[in-house]
Design a protein around this ligand. Structure first.
Ligand code: FAM
Length: 438
């Protein structure tokens, strides 16, 4: 059986060759225009960045190396005894473009478990932080502090050749991925369950089996399976989203993967990005409080209008790229429909009913380009149902997940020798001149 490193070593030369050819033969080929709306509109729609692991289609959603979510659910190995995709098999796919065997997935799980313990100074750092510090701030700080361990930084200081960058980057990425569950679980324990014992990493468990166990939910197989699926599906959403783009930008300065990913986590912590899942739950619970047990379409419609008329966005709806219901939302909904306890859960039912009404209300409201749910419309509600009710923590789970894509691309950026990112900005006066001369 080939290891992850061996597999990568095999696939990298062909990609390097592809890039070389694109550079030498097509550097000056025009593939799009820059419009004023791109410059003043947050670069929406501007094709200006290379990202290997996944591509987002506005209508059909994400594909990971060409595989849709239903494809991944068919072919990617699950945990022993489980059914859902696990982050290890997704990581393998994102990194190599290949579907791992069950044995390769198990080997990766074992490697991550082996490397999952936290250094003492990181435990001390986390234990010294105030309980009131937002869990995402804690996660970003701890990930940044782990760069004391960076193999890439140490090798760079020694003076290595460019061709070797990716191997040290990969080592950092695997070490960071391995440690994220212990980091995230310690933050959960410190903030919400002080005094509760943190179990040691079980070398026989997969990454999320261990995470769930350390969170104190190891016996809840349904929640553990949900976390596996949730974390695998949130792993990557092409390169332009704020967290992925941040990791890429910071990584392009040859900052090591720990610093690059900590920067990404702070982008994820914004309410228009990863924090949206906490916002959705807060909003759905407020709706539940107001309309009580009489969950009718009319009541939900009234509540949606109330939110919109007060100038707020409907959390969990809309997207920068997508123009249809998010297939990640659909996959999580299907997970709920397959489990009677979830299907009948009041909060899950409310999310479903909201989905039946919200797109029409948002279309009538007429502002958002995408009146359909994104993944966050449902993701937190399942956690809530199973008793993981601390919604300020939800973005941390997203943060454990998004590492899959961000770290993958850092390996590829170094393997392909991608340059320092440095787009050109213009002032409004310059823009006006460009417009006048066009
Ligand atoms: N409810 C009400 N208005 C909305 C809306 C929503 N859900 N989504 C967009 N709009 C408004 C938006 O505020 C903008 O209004 P103004 O012209 O007054 O500024 C207008 O519609 C056009 O926006 P857009 O082009 O359709 O969306 P953007 O690409 O600018 O923004 C989102 C995309 C996701 C930030 C936006 O749809 C939003 O705020 N949604 C609610 C928050 C959310 O669910 N975020 C999670 C995103 C998720 F995918 C993730 O990152 N985890």
């Amino acid at each position: 059986t080939k290891s992850l490193r061996e597999t990568l070593q095999e696939v990298i030369p062909a990609k390097q060759e592809q890039l070389k050819k694109l550079k030498s033969e097509h550097s000056q080929t025009v593939v799009g225009d820059v419009k004023v709306e791109n410059i003043i509109g947050g670069m929406r729609g501007l094709k200006a960045m290379l990202w290997e692991a996944s591509v987002l289609d506005a209508n059909e959603g994400i594909r990971f190396h060409g595989l849709s979510i239903p494809d991944c659910q068919k072919v990617l190995p699950a945990a022993p005894g489980g059914k859902e995709i696990i982050p290890e098999s997704m990581l393998w796919l994102l990194l190599t473009g290949q579907v791992p065997t069950a044995e390769q997935t198990r080997q990766l799980s074992a490697e991550l478990a082996e490397k999952g313990e936290l250094p003492k100074y990181i435990e001390d750092l986390l234990d010294s932080l105030p309980q009131t510090l937002h869990p995402m701030t804690q996660l970003g700080m701890a990930v940044a502090a782990l760069n004391r361990e960076s193999a890439f930084q140490a090798a760079y200081e020694r003076g290595i050749k460019k061709g070797e960058y990716w191997t040290h980057t990969l080592e950092d990425c695997i070490n960071l991925m391995a440690r994220l569950p212990a980091l995230a679980a310690r933050i959960y324990r410190n903030v919400y369950k002080p005094g509760q014992e943190l179990p040691a990493i079980n070398k026989d468990l997969d990454l999320i089996g261990n995470y769930s166990n350390m969170l104190g939910y190891g016996k809840n197989e349904s929640l553990t399976e949900y976390l596996r699926l949730y974390i695998a599906l949130h792993g990557d959403h092409e390169g332009g989203n704020a967290s992925a783009h941040t990791a890429h930008l910071v990584g392009s300065t040859l900052s090591d993967p720990y610093l690059s990913y900590s920067a990404a986590l702070f982008a994820l912590a914004g309410p228009l990005h990863g924090l949206a899942n906490q916002e959705v739950l807060r909003w759905q619970l407020a709706m539940q409080k107001e309309i009580g047990t009489n969950i009718t379409h009319d009541n939900i419609r009234d509540y949606l209008w109330k939110t919109l008329k007060s100038g707020q966005v409907v959390p969990g709806y809309g997207h920068g790229v997508l123009r249809n219901p998010d297939p990640r939302f659909i996959a999580l909904q299907e997970f709920c429909q397959a489990r009677p306890e979830l299907k009948e859960s009041p909060i899950v039912e409310l999310v479903n009913k909201t989905f039946e009404v919200a797109p029409d209300v948002l279309k009538e409201h007429g502002k958002t380009k995408n009146p359909y749910p994104n993944v966050d419309a449902t993701s937190g509600c399942v956690l809530y149902h199973y008793g993981l009710t601390e919604f300020k923590y939800y973005t941390v789970i997203f943060g454990v997940s998004r590492a899959l894509g961000c770290l993958t691309q850092l390996v590829w950026a170094r393997a392909l020798g991608l340059p320092l990112e440095r787009p050109k900005s213009v002032s409004m006066d310059v823009l006006q001149k460009l417009v006048d001369n066009s």
